[in-house]
Design a protein around this ligand. Structure first.
Ligand SMILES: Cc1ncc(COP(=O)(O)O)c(C=O)c1O
Length: 393
């Protein structure tokens, strides 16, 4: 066993400030959704240039209330049987709400180099039943959001942007998560900021904001903004306290998560800078490799991690490489969730595959990623290089 320290996929990024914030919440005695959540939501919306941010208990929940809210909006709500275009590589809970709400999923391939949706396939995926397109920014790298947005506008589609793994990335001077009608974020431990668990639903639409706030908490009216766009005449206080207007969930966040989020968001610009420095170092070493396809940046990546796909022409055996990584305590994992239609969960979906998912399958069978962190990890990247060199030479 090597004496080197572990090269982890993710590590703790909290300092004294986060611990102080936790103590503040404990001292306040207010634990469930309250003023810290409201403060974090305002700060988050401002940082990402959105009118509204609704905090929930995970990125998965943000996707869930996002899809649900589109079924209850007044203008052209989604209906069961409507079609949604998605990239074949994303996380399971990008897709789960689509199945749960009876939508038909159309998978298109990704580009091998960016790992994001291959927008050249959009025309082929489009039918007269298509109502929505989900753009996912994979591993910190912006998808072709400008092209997707234009395609959505041209064809009167909802653009749902899953930005759960690309917080603080930018395309054409605009933060990712701000392109779609709805943008979702995750603040899970391993992501760009950590509130342990947490997520954010963002939109500029007043009505979707109101609906999402109701669906987040039981489907009731209690937490709706004053003068909300649903214009509900108030009932007497007894009935208003327990008034349910949508089939909701309870995916509320806690004050602890929000208080930590406020501190972490303040640190985000500096953390992204460090991630990008590591990213540049990794690119300098591996971008000319004959053995690996590494992720090519579109716009400005916030570099969640470093993906590596063993080139079809390379003789490297992935299992052998994994064995050496294990010996050297270099952690690795599948790229996001791999090619989703390869998972058993697909049997429950109404779906169609557009073209051949050649690149998604290559990433699934020959790819993996190693970690990036908001700390200088150039020594770890050097070790990765030397381990790989030994195997290749
Ligand atoms: C693209 C994508 N969407 C959604 C999620 C779900 O976020 P969470 O883990 O906070 O539920 C993830 C999680 O990593 C993700 O990568």
């Amino acid at each position: 066993m090597s004496e080197h320290l572990n090269y982890e996929l993710a590590i703790d990024t909290w300092g004294d400030e986060e611990r102080e914030a936790i103590k503040g919440v404990i001292d306040s005695g207010q634990f469930t959704m309250g003023s810290k959540v409201t403060e974090f939501e305002s700060y988050f919306a401002e940082y990402f240039g959105r009118k509204h941010a609704v905090m929930v208990n995970s990125g998965s929940s943000a996707n869930l209330i996002g899809v649900a809210s589109l079924f209850f909006r007044s203008d052209k709500p989604l209906k069961r049987g409507d079609e949604v275009i998605v990239p074949a590589i994303s996380w399971s809970t990008t897709y789960s709400p689509l199945q749960q709400y009876g939508l038909k999923v159309k998978f298109v391939d990704v580009e091998l180099e960016s790992l994001n949706m291959d927008v050249r396939q959009l025309d082929q995926a489009l039918s007269n039943k298509t109502r929505m397109i989900i753009g996912v920014n994979i591993l910190g790298n912006p998808a072709k959001l400008d092209v997707i947005k234009e395609f959505a506008n041209k064809n009167d589609l909802i653009f749902f942007e899953d930005n759960c793994e690309s917080m603080d990335a930018e395309l054409n001077g605009v933060k990712t998560g701000s392109y779609g009608h709805i943008g979702t974020f995750s603040t899970f431990f391993s992501h760009h900021i950590s509130t342990v668990e947490g997520g954010m639903f963002c939109t500029d639409c007043d009505e979707l904001n109101t609906i999402a706030r109701s669906i987040r908490a039981h489907g009731w009216t209690r937490d709706l903004p004053e003068n909300n766009s649903l214009v509900l005449p108030k009932k007497d206080s007894f009935n208003e306290e327990y008034r349910f207007i949508f089939p909701g969930y309870n995916v509320r966040p806690q004050e602890l998560n929000a208080a930590i989020g406020i501190v972490q968001l303040r640190k985000l610009p500096d953390m992204t800078k460090v991630r990008r420095k590591n990213h540049q170092y990794f690119q300098d070493i591996f971008s000319n490799s004959d053995h690996f396809v590494i992720q090519k940046e579109n716009g400005i990546s916030s570099s969640f991690s470093f993906s590596m796909i063993i080139s079809p022409s390379s003789s490297i055996d992935r299992n052998k490489l994994f064995k050496v990584f294990n010996e050297e305590r270099i952690k690795f994992r599948m790229i996001t969730g791999g090619c989703f239609p390869r998972h058993d969960a697909i049997r429950y979906f109404d779906y169609e595959i557009v073209g051949k998912l050649e690149n998604s399958n290559l990433a699934h069978d020959r790819g993996f990623f190693v970690g990036n962190q908001p700390f200088d990890i150039r020594d770890k990247i050097d070790r990765l290089r030397s381990v790989i060199n030994k195997l290749v030479l």
